[in-house]
Ligand binder design. Structure first.
Ligand code: GLN
Length: 229
């Protein structure tokens, strides 16, 4: 079996644990909560949940987990959701004064709370690919979600693939400043809400808050199990 750790310092970690118990390959998966380096050492893969990225980073620092997490990310599959996606970014915009501690691992720049305060939370049907049953819509739950600003891959980085996007039909509902309708480059990046790079995975929404476990299934099948062979 594979052991998937859920970083359990703050945020929606319990929901992820429940979700992994529902995936099609659940018999091969053991899920543990991670609060210490010893617990992290037992894991084959890790999920960094949604919550507050600054709080999670602060608690990770206080727990002596920052460097062990960075070393883990360099070697093993990691999935960041929402706040976790911010922590996996190489750089961030919209951070508080004094900056924001990141773990890095994915070659992207992300904007904290990027959909703005007017639309702090929304749900939207996503265009998905590479999931099981891709014709079936997936409802993305966005809670003060970050926005992908740029993909910053260099020739030595693994390529990035987009697994889910906000469809153009929902864009007019979202704040105007966030998305320049005339700038196709920025639309291509900013509408991407689930991306994969090598063994790492990122979703700016919360798949653990819906009862559709296809993203959990995807992470196990596509990012975690291939690393175990
Ligand atoms: N806005 C939060 C942050 O900046 C993320 C919100 C979430 O994880 N739902 O960390």
């Amino acid at each position: 079996h594979v052991t998937i750790g859920i970083l359990a310092l703050q945020g929606a970690f319990a929901e992820h644990q429940v979700a992994f118990q529902k995936v099609s390959v659940r018999k091969r998966v053991v899920v543990v909560q991670v609060r210490t380096t010893a617990e992290l050492d037992q894991c084959d893969a890790l999920v960094i949940p949604g919550g507050e990225s600054t709080t999670i980073a602060l608690l990770a620092r206080l727990s002596g987990l920052l460097d062990p997490l960075r070393e883990f990310i360099a070697r093993k599959p990691v999935w960041g959701t929402c706040a976790g996606a911010i922590l996996l970014a190489r750089s961030v915009e919209g951070a508080k004064k004094g900056g924001q501690e990141l773990l890095g691992g994915m070659s992207i720049t992300i904007q904290r709370n990027g959909w703005g305060s007017q639309v702090e939370s929304f749900e939207a049907p996503l265009d998905v690919c590479d999931l099981r049953d891709p014709q079936r819509p997936f409802t993305g739950v966005f809670i003060r979600a970050p926005v992908l600003l740029t993909l910053d891959t260099t020739p030595i980085d693994p390529p990035i693939s987009v697994i889910a996007r906000l469809p153009s039909s929902v864009l007019p509902r979202l704040v105007k400043n966030t998305l320049d309708q005339h700038d196709t480059d920025s639309q291509v990046t900013r509408t991407a809400v689930a991306i994969r790079q090598g063994r790492h995975f990122l979703t700016t929404f919360h798949p653990e808050l819906t009862e559709d476990y296809r993203f959990h299934d995807y992470f196990v099948r596509e990012c975690v199990l291939p690393e175990m062979r």
